[in-house]
Design a protein around this ligand. Structure first.
Ligand code: ASP
Length: 329
């Protein structure tokens, strides 16, 4: 499909004046120049099962906030939750016992901000947003990111909790690092939202892999890998073994596939296929999952293995959707 036509079809389908069958199937419709955007349904999706986060994002949208505010405040719920051990406060440390956070955010104009290996700050996503809005850069790392956070008014917080400290002490007894992700044990939150104006934004935040090498950075703060937004087309966020997502520039790939006319579901499936079909892919031993949203508000999710899920808040109701997966018998 020609790009211009696809974009027109996308805009049409969020009007609420196009038949629901077209929205459901994501089939192109005939474009009528006289039709205008009348009503757009806000929508929030995130990786895994985080209904409190999607509810918060939804509340922001309901109160007139835009998609960027919604995704930031949505993922902040998980960053502040000490029981979520792969995001923000209470995230598991690296091999040296330091909790280092990766996060990025992207807005409707394609502007983005990112922090990598940030220590001692709970809301990495908000620092990423400040990088986007208040600096001439896209990405700040380590000490520089932390310094910038303090200068921006963030307060220093010890991110290692009693629970994660205990687990780390236990882990140190063997220091047995297996770069194989337990497929039921991810909590990186990636969120996409579409607001009342039909604009899309996304956010992704994580403490990365537990007991990673000091300095290891995954996909989550890398624009195009952990997250990508193109407001004309849609957005995608990733979770799972970041190294594999980076190798295929996963989120950018999904958005580009949607630009070529694939549904969000088809695009996520194709991006996972790229990973598993690589020569000598070790995919049986790691998990990667994508969620995607297009301009029409159609969503998709796909993973290598079972148990990946997406939380979707449409019409104010949270729905936990089990993702389809590649290794299905
Ligand atoms: N993608 C994250 C990383 O590789 C981890 C995860 O999603 O669980 O750092």
């Amino acid at each position: 499909m020609q790009r211009r036509k696809f974009i027109k079809n996308s805009a049409l389908s969020i009007t609420g004046i196009v038949s629901s069958s077209i929205i459901a199937s994501n089939r192109p419709s005939t474009f009528d120049e006289n039709l205008t955007i009348k009503s757009i349904k806000p929508l929030v999706v995130c990786t895994w099962n985080f209904p409190n986060a999607t509810s918060k994002a939804r509340e922001v949208l309901n109160n007139g906030g835009n998609a960027l505010d919604a995704v930031e405040q949505g993922v902040m719920i998980e960053e502040a939750d000490p029981t979520n051990e792969t995001v923000g406060l209470g995230g598991r440390p690296d091999r040296d016992g330091n909790v280092t956070l990766d996060a990025c955010i992207m807005n409707k104009e394609g502007k983005c901000g990112s922090v990598v290996a940030l220590q001692n700050i709970v809301h990495a996503i908000s620092v990423a947003r400040k990088v986007m809005e208040n600096t001439p850069h896209v990405m700040l790392a380590g000490r520089g990111a932390e310094k910038f956070a303090y200068e921006s008014g963030f307060k220093k917080t010890n991110l290692l909790t009693e629970s994660t400290k205990k687990q780390y002490e236990e882990w140190k007894k063997t220091s047995n690092y297996k770069p194989i992700i337990n497929i039921e044990n991810h909590d990186t939150i990636g969120m996409l939202a579409i607001d009342i104006n039909g604009d899309i934004a996304g956010a992704c935040t994580t403490s990365g892999l537990a007991y990673k090498m000091a300095g290891r950075v995954g996909d989550s703060p890398i624009i195009g890998s952990g997250l990508f937004i193109d407001n004309e087309i849609g957005g995608c966020v990733a979770t799972g073994l970041g190294e594999e997502v980076v190798k295929t520039v996963g989120s950018f790939l999904v958005v580009e596939l949607m630009r070529q006319g694939k549904t969000p579901q088809e695009a996520c499936e194709e991006a996972i296929n790229r990973i598993v079909n690589k020569p000598n892919s070790d995919y049986k031993n790691f998990q990667v999952g994508y969620i995607a949203l297009n301009k029409q508000g159609v969503t998709g999710a796909y993973a290598i293995h079972q148990y990946f899920s997406m939380t979707k808040n449409q019409d104010g109701i949270n729905e936990s959707i089990q993702s389809d997966y590649f290794t299905k018998p």
